[in-house]
Design a protein around this ligand. Structure first.
Ligand code: ADP
Length: 500
């Protein structure tokens, strides 16, 4: 009897396992079917575009051919993103998604996500309201991935030009970051499936025509949970907008010893105080500089990692940079060159070397000052004040006023260039070239002078580099090289712009 009970129990278990296995296989084959479809769609477009161009290349002019390449490029990105998402999902499901959290500034992360989103050409307005709070313990690229996904969903499922807001609050050792939209909302019955893979919820409004594979939120959940956080959604009903919120733990280390790594920002910024960015790999120097600057009423930001510099310059726009001459794996002079490619911010070198050679090289490269370590707090503050004063005088003289010649306007304060009121999008180097020529209007700048000023004195380029850059700028300004209106050629010497 007991034996009979045992065997019927066993067969019950086997039957259940069998059913579960069948259900999982059915899910798997449905999932594979959908993934294949998602892969096939961009592939079909790529094949279609190449087949069209190859069928008879002579039919298409350069612009049309470029348009086909653009389609191929975009669709390749769709394929790459989908494959990356599938790999992420596999890792998450296997419990093998690794994250490398480090103390991170929420303001910085959100600003970076917002910039990336706006660069993508979104028509939605983004409002950011962040509570000042401690740093979080985050794997930056991964949390950016979460923010990008939530922003992109908010935009995909909302009307154009509606507002998307990003807010943060700090409570119980966690920072809550929320992305709220004014879009179509999500009904209660759809909500439970949202964070499961392949959860595209086809309601009456469907997802047709909206790009996406239905993997994004499942990946966001995996990333947030790998950080020890949670993610959830609130939406009252269809049409009422949605709010996606996730939490990330506050960084303990950042609270106790913030100056040791990553960014730190002093939080008490008086309204009119200047913001100073210090780059130094020595935590003790960073701490010393921080104390000196905050005591003097400046807003201080510090990092030991020069790779983060450019983003920092773009996002935070400091008023002055203090730059260590010797950084891990890179010389301060190289960092200086990178700074000058994107910004005219005043730079003061901090260095243990007081050789004339170093001082001269630093000043020639465009540094505003050079301070030899060890230095006293009073000396540091006095030199910063002097550099800021000099810069203020400079900013309020010629460079303050826009350059205007015919239809061309260069607004130095805004770093904007327009021709007939239409914006001209220049790369950092193209802008630098136009800047140098226009602030020296009426004077010929030789090829060597331009190489030196635009690319930096160490750069070993040729006149040809200058010529091809001028060609690019002319093309963007819509001018004809044989009859230039803005940039005049001085054969075999260089270039000149007319006085405005
Ligand atoms: P995808 O957007 O690629 O379909 P996601 O996993 O990111 O995949 O989202 C899953 C589903 O959740 C979407 O298909 C959509 O139905 C719904 N959804 C996500 N975000 C929003 C939002 N902000 N508003 C309305 N619906 C949303």
């Amino acid at each position: 009897m007991a034996k009979q009970d045992g065997s019927s129990k066993e067969s019950d278990i086997l039957r259940r396992e069998n059913e579960e296995l069948r259900a999982r296989l059915a899910n798997l084959s449905e999932f594979l079917g959908m993934v294949s479809h998602e892969l096939r769609t961009p592939l079909t477009t790529i094949k279609g575009s190449t087949a069209t161009v190859l069928s008879d290349p002579s039919v298409f002019d350069a612009a049309e051919t470029r348009q086909f390449f653009r389609i191929i490029d975009e669709q390749s990105d769709v394929l790459r993103d989908l494959i990356n998402s599938l790999l992420d999902l596999t890792r998450i499901e296997a419990g093998a998604l690794s994250v490398n959290p480090e103390p991170t500034d929420v303001v910085f992360l959100v600003a970076e996500a917002r910039n990336a989103f706006l660069r993508g050409g979104s028509r939605n307005d983004i409002q950011v309201e962040l509570e000042s709070g401690p740093q979080i313990e985050a794997d930056r690229p991964r949390i950016l991935q979460v923010l990008n996904n939530l922003l992109s969903n908010a935009s995909k499922y909302s009307p154009d030009s509606s507002t998307i807001s990003v807010t943060s609050t700090h409570r119980d050792g966690q920072v809550e970051i929320a992305v709220t939209d004014e879009g179509r909302g999500i009904s209660a019955e759809k909500m439970p499936q949202l964070f499961t893979p392949y959860s595209r919820v086809d309601g009456a409004d469907g997802e047709r025509g909206v790009a996406g594979a239905g993997l994004g939120l499942a990946i966001c959940k995996g990333i947030v949970e790998a950080h020890g956080g949670r993610i959830w959604v609130e939406s009252e009903r269809d049409g009422s907008g949605s709010r996606f919120t996730f939490t990330i733990p506050v960084s303990e280390q950042a609270q106790t010893d913030a100056a040791d790594s990553g960014f730190e920002v002093s939080r008490t910024r008086p309204e009119d105080s200047a913001t100073i960015l210090a780059i130094d790999d020595d935590p003790q120097i960073l701490r010393y500089v921080r104390n000196t600057l905050t005591d003097a009423g400046y807003t201080w930001m510090g990092t030991g990692n020069p790779d983060e510099l450019i983003q920092f310059l773009e996002v935070r726009q400091p008023d002055l940079v203090l730059l260590d001459l010797i950084l891990p794996g890179v010389s301060g002079f190289d960092v200086m060159k990178r700074i000058r490619q994107v910004s005219t911010v005043p730079v003061i070198f901090l260095s243990a070397h007081d050789s004339e050679e170093h001082v001269v090289q630093a000043l020639r490269m465009g540094a505003d000052d050079y301070i030899v370590k060890p230095f006293s707090p009073n000396e540091l503050v006095a030199r910063i004040e002097a550099s800021l004063r000099k810069r203020a005088v400079f900013d309020h003289t010629e460079v303050h006023r826009p350059y205007r010649l015919g239809e061309l306007t260069i607004d130095y304060m805004e770093r904007g260039v327009t021709v007939s009121d239409s914006p001209v999008h220049l790369t950092a180097t193209e802008y630098k070239l136009l800047f140098e020529l226009s602030v020296n209007a009426g004077r010929v700048l030789t090829h060597d002078q331009l190489l030196h000023r635009v690319w930096g004195p160490e750069y070993s380029g040729s006149a040809q580099l200058v010529r091809s850059m001028v060609k690019k700028v002319r093309r963007k300004l819509g001018e004809d090289g044989s009859e230039p209106k803005y940039i005049m050629t001085q054969p075999r010497v260089g270039y000149m712009m007319a006085k405005p």
